[in-house]
Design a protein. Structure first.
Length: 372
């Protein structure tokens, strides 16, 4: 395969910027690798990003025509039926390479007539293929009816635009399987970039008095299971993250459960380092950067035995995997966890497999390839 020109013109494309999760962390590192590349995205919601907006404030960000639609920030979910058109309308004819970061909003639908399109796929859109999403949209008869019709149409479109991609990159074996199943395309695996500390600190070797939950407070992440288990076992739990479920969760939480909301990277690092274990009751996670981040601090992970954590958590060595996705199942896992002696150095060393440097090296190699 012939290489691209020596100094290719590159653009990055991302679904949208309104929350700060694993996909946005990947985008940050891609931008670090290609600092001159502009960021094309459906739209930006600075208020929704909160304290994390400053991470993107000085970037060259270019939005689509969704921003001309009244109330688009509130209506972005139903407007996803037009999302392929938002991205198709972008003029990327001047780029030699486009790297899209795609999940649920069709960033992969971009047209790259004169260059190579590499899609870093966090997962095929969960809402289209029967996986849990951030909201329980099926519980309302109206949204279930409308959503089912939209999803039927969008599944067809999703398959069609996936065929335009020159090279798929999956963030896990789980996502690679989904790409093969739903798109009938192969993918290479490049694990997301995790900032793994070079060594453990004294704080990480000290007594660990609390359990930790780090994630969006949303339906697909099942924070209620972590809270109910800690309520019943009377365990201290620190909850990092925000979302629509927060008010309800606070109403049922015991006094030993502390809600911290969104925190900056420095505070999060301290919370990881001081935790006894991370609780991760998420079903069919695409990859799950949080468990690996925790293991980077030598902290074992108690996770549901599905999706990404099946690849990243070694049962009884770097954490505990459990099958019953319920408070009872998590309580049994915590009981088993307390009977195992974990080696923090082994856990930390395992996490280095998913380091930021490994991601950068793999993307550099891939970005030197050309179209078929």
């Amino acid at each position: 395969m012939a290489e691209l020109k020596k100094n290719p013109k590159i653009a990055l494309v991302h679904d949208y910027l309104r929350e700060y999760g694993g996909a946005e962390r990947v985008l940050e590192v891609l931008h670090e690798l290609f600092p001159a590349a502009p960021i094309y995205t459906a739209f930006v919601d600075r208020e929704a990003l909160g304290i994390h907006w400053q991470k993107f404030a000085d970037w060259d960000i270019r939005q689509t025509w969704i921003t001309k639609i009244p109330f688009y920030k509130q209506l972005y979910s139903p407007l996803r039926i037009f999302a392929p058109h938002f991205f198709e309308s972008l003029d990327l004819s001047g780029y030699d390479m486009v790297i899209s970061s795609s999940n649920a909003y069709f960033a992969k639908a971009v047209l790259v007539p004169n260059g190579q399109h590499i899609c870093y796929c966090h997962t095929p859109a969960r809402s289209l293929y029967g996986y849990n999403t951030m909201s329980d949209w099926k519980s309302n008869p109206i949204t279930r009816w409308i959503g089912t019709l939209m999803n039927h149409y969008l599944r067809v479109v999703d398959f069609q635009v996936a065929q335009r991609v020159d090279q798929f990159v999956a963030n896990s074996q789980e996502t690679k399987r989904r790409i093969a199943k739903f798109y009938r395309r192969d993918a290479v695996i490049i694990y997301p970039p995790i900032n793994v500390p070079p060594k453990l600190t004294d704080q990480q070797a000290s007594q660990k008095p609390y359990y930790l939950y780090v994630n969006r407070l949303a339906f697909a992440k099942h924070p209620e299971i972590a809270l109910e288990a800690c309520n019943q076992l009377k365990l201290p739990l620190k909850v990092v993250g925000d979302g629509q479920m927060r008010a309800r969760l606070e109403s049922i939480a015991s006094e030993q459960i502390e809600f911290l909301g969104s925190v900056d990277d420095e505070q999060l690092a301290k919370l990881y380092a001081g935790a006894k274990a991370l609780l991760y009751p998420v079903e069919d996670e695409d990859f799950g950067m949080v468990p690996v981040e925790a293991m980077g601090y030598g902290v074992p992970v108690i996770a549901h035995n599905s999706g990404g954590p099946k690849e990243t958590v070694i049962d009884s060595k770097t954490g505990v995997l459990f099958d019953d996705l319920s408070a009872t199942g998590l309580m049994a896992a915590i009981d088993r966890f307390n009977k195992i002696k974990f080696d923090q150095k082994v856990i930390h060393q395992h996490a280095t497999k998913f380091s930021k440097q490994n991601f950068l090296d793999s993307i550099k190699i891939l970005s030197n390839l050309s179209k078929k």
